[in-house]
Write a protein that binds this ligand. Sequence first.
Ligand SMILES: Nc1ncnc2c1ncn2[C@@H]1O[C@H](COP(=O)(O)OP(=O)(O)OP(=O)(O)O)[C@@H](O)[C@H]1O
Length: 326
Amino acid sequence: MPAARLAADVRIRDLTKHYGRLAALRGISFDVAAGEIFGLLGPNGAGKTTTLECLLGLRRADAGALHVGGIDALAQPEDVRQIVGAQLQAATLQDKITPRQALQLAASFYAEPCPPDELLERFGLHAKAHAAFDTLSGGQKQRVLLALAFVNRPRLVVLDEPTAGLDPQSRRELHAVIRQLRADGCTILLSTHQLDEAGQLCDRIGILHEGRLVADAPPSQLIAGARALPKVVFTTAQPLTATMVSGLHGVASVAAHDGGWCADTRDVSGTITALTRQLERDGNPLIGLQIQRPTLEDVFLELTGRAWMPPANPLEGGVTDERNTP
Ligand SMILES: Nc1ncnc2c1ncn2[C@@H]1O[C@H](COP(=O)(O)OP(=O)(O)OP(=O)(O)O)[C@@H](O)[C@H]1O
C-alpha cells in the first residue's frame, strides 16, 4: 500500500435538516478527531443516515456547517468526495460482477486509485477475486463493499451500519478490518444500532435521539456517568428473604432473580462482604455470584427516556424525498 494520506478530521456545527415538516436533524454539533473511530448510535429514525448523507453531499442540509479535513463540505462537496470513501446502507452490486471487476471499475473513476490487488489483499478477498458477487457470503460481500470505499485512498471513511445482518463471526472479522484501517491512518465515522458494537469498536460515541445529539464521549466515560447502580446477582443453597437482602450494607433495592436475588448496590464490595459473612453465620453456602456493571444500554435509556423504538411514520406531515443525485 502506498503511503497513506493524512487522516481527516470532521467538524459539524448546528446541522439542521427537515423532510417537509419532519425535523430529522435539529441542530447537531460534534467533532471527529483525525484517526478516530466515531460511532453514531441511536434508534430507528434518530437521524444517523441523514447526518452521514449530508456529510457526503447526498442531501442538502437546511442550515449549519460541515468541514472535513478543513474543507467546507457544503460549499465544496466535490472536493470532499475526493478524500472521503463511503459504504451506505443496503448498498449492493450486480449479481455476476466479481470483486476484482468491481474494484477495477471503481478505480477507473480516479486519477490515483489504490490498485485492486492491494485492496483484495487488504480485505482478505484474494481467494474470491474471481467469484461472482452473488456467490459470496454476507461477510465477504460487506468486505467487497468496504474495499470499494477505499479505492480513492480516503482520509475519512463513512460507514452506514457496516455490520447490519452479519453473523457474530463476520462482525468480529469486520471489526478487525476497521481497527486496522484506523491503525493505517484513516478516520472512521460509522452508524450502528448495536450498543455492544459501539462499545467495543468506537473511540467515541455520539447518541442521536429524535434529531438531537444527547451524548458525545468515549464509551467508558458514558458508562462511568450512568446513574444506574451496579448489581450483585447471587443464589444460595437455602432461600433468603427480601428483607434480609435489603438489609445488607449498600443495598438500594432488590428483585427476585432466577431462584436467587438481584441487589442494586451503592457499594459492591461492601455488599458482597456483608453477604458472605451473613451466609457463613447461617451455614448457607453461596452457589452463584455475579457483578453486573451499568452498560451502554442503561446510558441510552437514561438519556432518551425510552428503549429502542421503531421509527415513527416517516411520511407523517406530507414529506418528500429530495435526495440529491450523487
Ligand atoms: N427521504 C426521506 N423522506 C422523508 N423522510 C425521511 C427521508 N429519509 C429519512 N426520513 C425521516 O427522517 C428521520 C431520520 O431518518 P434517518 O434515516 O436519518 O434515521 P436513522 O437514524 O438513520 O434511522 P435508521 O436507523 O432506521 O436507518 C426519520 O423520521 C425518517 O423517517
